[in-house]
Design a protein around this ligand. Sequence first.
Ligand code: G6P
Length: 608
Amino acid sequence: MCGIVGFTGQVQAAPILLEGLRRLEYRGYDSAGVAVQHGGAIEMVKASGTVERLAEKTAGGASLPGECGIAHTRWATHGAPTDTNAHPHLSGDGRFAVVHNGIIENYAALRAELLSEGYAFASETDTEVVAHLLEHYYDGNLKRAVMRTAARLEGSYVLGVLCADEPGRLFCVKEAGPLILGLGVGENYFASDVTALVGRTKNVIYLEDGEMAELTPENISVYDRTGREISKSVSHVVWDIEAAEKGGYEHFMMKEIMEQPRAVKSTIEPRLRNGRIELEGFELTAEEFSRFSRIVITACGSAYHAGMVGKYVIESLCRVPVETDLASELRYRDPIVGPDTLLIVVSQSGETADTIAALRECKARGAYVLAIVNVVGSTIARLADSVLYTHAGPEIAVATTKGYTTQLAALYLFAVWAAEKLGRIDDARYNELIAELDALPARVQRAIDLNLHVQYLAERWHEQRAMFFIGRNIDYAAALEGSLKLKEISYIHSEAYAAGELKHGTIALIDEKRLVVALCCQTALFDKMVSNIQEVKARGAKVLGLAPEGDRRIFAEADDVLFAPRGEPLFAAVSEMVPLQLFAYYVARENGCDIDKPRNLAKSVTVE
Ligand code: G6P
């Protein structure tokens, strides 16, 4: 939520900062701004709207001279997305500029204090207090002023600080939000994540909460809360620039849908060795593992939907009770969690604030934490006891696709591994499931190839004002994600229901105008789904059926049909999601929506 970037070097900063913002735009895109040092002063330009508007206002950055600066792309929390509320924010004397990601929870008290001391506020943001505090505490020593300012703040604050009186010098602070440092040759950077830096450097330092860094073109120093310099290791990022660009596709979302066969393969292949699953980084023995009497899966958004699929699969294979809980609920409900609990935390970004809080809450109660995460070195990965990285590569579109399917693949690997460890499946079943996992990437490709007609179905149905997705068992969990995909990018109202539950109220909304998307890939429940399809058809609804490839029975039931390749029904959610993603994509495209940047959303939700 909000993207920040800072640069100090020998070349013009603004074009580099704008390029960084473009890559961070998935974090928020309602306004943007850039500030640079020039001629002993700070020059700043801000624009409501996208980073492109800021680029237009600054001729791609060319109109802003200076080799050191900071920039921000915003997802508004305090104050509307106007030019004035956009970051950076300046101190009253114009000597300090600040960019911020997070929420300063005590900003009202600080604002009142600063007002009483005569400081005037230009914006409605919580961030502006930081700029005034810096001015207040600055006595010629910027490091001390930043430390004193940070010590006054409560909440989450990742800050970038620029001072007119300190040429070439930047400070940044991390507290409860993502921040990395990039090391170049004669230039250095800070940013909310590595995608802002690909193409410029692959050498990064991951900061921890409470750490602060000082950057000049030649040097980076990192300090702890007390101001003591600490040594940090440098990591090498393996993603390259192609991974963060559209590669000929109209939208990142379509590129990422098409990347799924490869992404799912990257999750699975390195963990299948000689016909066995090896989960490097999660190497508990059968005895250690059997101390867990229950598993709790926690996550937000699509990652939560992946967790719901995981519950069905793990319970079915391992016969261990699994609870799936929204992180924003779990953290506040005094959960019954202890040393006998395995907590599985699922997150693409590894930075979702509620998920981090739920993890901390359960860890404090003694739970063992296994994280399923995409972004290497992210907060959740670092807080967990063990990590299974999904290796999906950078996901830029706000609506997750390969992030979700690779989370499923990781959950399947875990479920089969655990079932074998616990002795709940025999060798024949184990081998059968390994073969199914091995076949999954090809099935995802087949799911793409089978559904090229989805574009025409979208043309037919894009004018719907509301849709319903129904399914049973794993198909219900998949329906939740299919429905979310549609609503978040097309703004069409959509709800997912366990098919058997529809008649307990929601069927009142079904009439001859409605499209019901019926997921029928749990073959054992096909007949039950047919009954539910009949119920909605009897009320005039139209049905888009999703069935296993070659199951001709669906033609008798549905008006239109999507197909998922046949395979192990326990793993159906991966391949059945592909046509649903494509359907959502083409419906949104028909409706002229901004697919990669849907209104009001952000990809990485680093506030509660
Ligand atoms: C946001 C994104 C979703 C994502 C959710 C959780 O809402 O738009 O796509 O599922 O956050 O994010 P995470 O990074 O924890 O998986």
